[in-house]
Each structure stands twice: as structure tokens, then as C-alpha cells.
Design a protein around this ligand. Structure first.
Ligand SMILES: [Zn+2]
Length: 260
């Protein structure tokens, strides 16, 4: 367990801050039963990710995409926010959260009760399905997975077009696939928040995935930087305070010391 002096050191930074940028990765959600896709047991150790251009080009790749998503579907659906997610909501309610930027696609920050406007999901979300032709977003995803499980046919968009027909575009989980361009707006918002932040806290990320890891790095150029992670990160040398601990055990102690 991290020593009380370090808890107090981070609590003091939180107490003195007014515009905190929080950046999260898979490590914050492992305590909620979400598998770390890059970790030793991760799905990518066993399977190749489906690249976007293959998804568009071939029905086999689309079937593989939906198979992989189906494998994780129940774990994602049943996962609940943990004490670390809840601690970040407490920071927001204290009026100190400027923006929460996450690499995670599990939707647990939203589920924890954040103001949706304060959360940016850089890599999209598994909790919605999107038509890659018309942009239609479907949040009730259970029936789509059930139908795929039964028919093994990758789903298509059934939105009615102005002409009275159905769109028919390819449906995909609302995540950013390998080979798929990241939407510009979430990254632009995140970098702007990084410029404005007066404290940056990175949690549960190896800070190795680009361009996402640029977000805390930009903030760290002018603001104190706290990194909480089990295992080395690519930005350890930039940290004001480096905490080798699980966010689930560390963050609630910080929030209690800082806000109560
Ligand atoms: Zn469509």
C-alpha cells in the first residue's frame, strides 16, 4: 500500500487545483472485471485485431469483428464502475474536473455518473453501435448481438432514408478500429483542455499509445503531473509524483484526504 506521505502529497495537489485533466487507460477498469486487451491474458494475445479497411472490404473480417465483440459483450455489459471511477466523480462534483480523457471503450466513466460533457472517449465506446455510412448511433445494442449470435450475419443499418428505403450501411461497434482515422474533434478538445489544465493525473495507462498519450504530455509541460500505474510507463520521467499502485486502492484515499 502506498505510504500516507505520498497520498497527502497528491491530495495537496488536488486541493490546490481548479482545472484537473484526468487521463485513463485499461488499468482503471481491470478492477471492474474488464480485460486488458494488451495485457498477458488480453484478447490480442490470442487474436489479430480486425483492421478497418478489411472490415469494409470483406464479410469474413466483419464476422471476425462481431465474433470478437460478442466474446467480450457480456463482460462489458455486466461490468460496474469501481471505487476509482467513483473517486473521479467526486473530483468532478467538487468542481475540480476540467476534462476526463479516456482510452477505454468500456463506458464505465459514464456509468459512474459523470456529466457526459466532461468525458471524452478517444477510442470510442463498446456501449453503442454505429453505421459507418450514415452515422446512425444505436445505444440499445443487446438485440444486435443476439441476432448476430443466432444468424452469424454481420448486421446492417435499418434506418429509413429520405427515399423510403433502408440505409443498408455496415454496422460496427462505435469504437476506433486499427487503421481507422481518429475523429478530430475529441482529440482537439482534449489537447485544448491539456493546455488549460493546472494539474494532470494519468491513471492505469502505459502512456504508449499515440496520439492519445500526447494529451497528458502536453499538460505536463506546464502543470504538475501525477502518474498512477502498476508497471512502467513511457512518461515516468515527466512525473512530478509517480505512484506504483492500483487506482482502486489509491484514488479513494486521495479523494478522502483532499476533499473531506
Ligand atoms: Zn445507416
Amino acid at each position: 500500500m502506498t505510504d500516507p506521505e505520498t497520498v497527502e502529497q497528491v491530495a495537496r495537489l488536488v486541493r490546490n487545483a481548479e482545472r484537473i485533466l484526468v487521463f485513463t487507460g485499461a488499468g482503471i477498469s481491470t478492477g471492474s472485471g474488464i480485460p486488458d486487451f494488451r495485457g498477458p491474458q488480453g484478447v490480442w494475445k490470442r487474436k489479430q485485431p480486425v483492421y478497418f479497411q478489411d472490415f469494409v472490404a470483406s464479410v469474413e473480417a466483419r464476422t471476425e469483428h462481431w465474433d470478437q465483440k460478442l466474446e467480450g459483450y457480456e463482460a462489458f455489459r455486466d461490468a460496474k464502475p469501481n471505487a476509482a471511477h467513483e473517486a473521479l466523480v467526486a473530483i468532478e462534483r467538487a468542481g475540480k474536473l476540467h476534462l476526463l480523457v479516456t482510452q477505454n471503450i468500456d463506458g464505465l466513466h459514464h456509468a459512474a455518473g459523470h456529466d457526459p460533457d466532461r468525458v471524452v472517449e478517444l477510442h470510442g465506446t463498446n456501449r453503442a453501435v454505429e453505421c459507418i455510412r450514415c452515422g446512425h448511433v444505436i445505444e440499445e445494442i443487446g438485440p444486435i448481438f443476439e441476432r448476430f449470435r443466432e444468424t452469424r450475419t454481420p448486421p446492417r443499418c435499418e434506418r429509413e432514408t429520405a427515399g423510403g428505403g433502408l440505409c443498408g450501411g455496415l454496422l460496427k461497434t462505435a469504437t476506433i478500429s486499427f487503421g481507422q482515422a481518429m475523429p478530430e474533434e475529441p482529440m482537439r478538445r482534449s489537447l485544448q483542455a491539456a493546455e488549460e489544465a493546472d494539474l494532470v493525473i494519468a491513471i492505469g495507462s502505459t502512456l504508449s499509445v499515440q496520439p492519445a498519450a500526447l494529451v497528458p504530455k502536453v499538460a505536463a509541460e506546464h502543470a504538475p503531473y501525477v502518474i498512477i500505474n502498476r508497471g512502467e510507463t513511457d512518461q515516468d520521467a515527466l512525473a512530478t509524483v509517480r505512484v506504483e499502485d492500483d487506482a482502486v486502492s489509491f484514488l479513494p484515499r486521495v479523494v478522502q484526504a483532499a476533499l473531506e
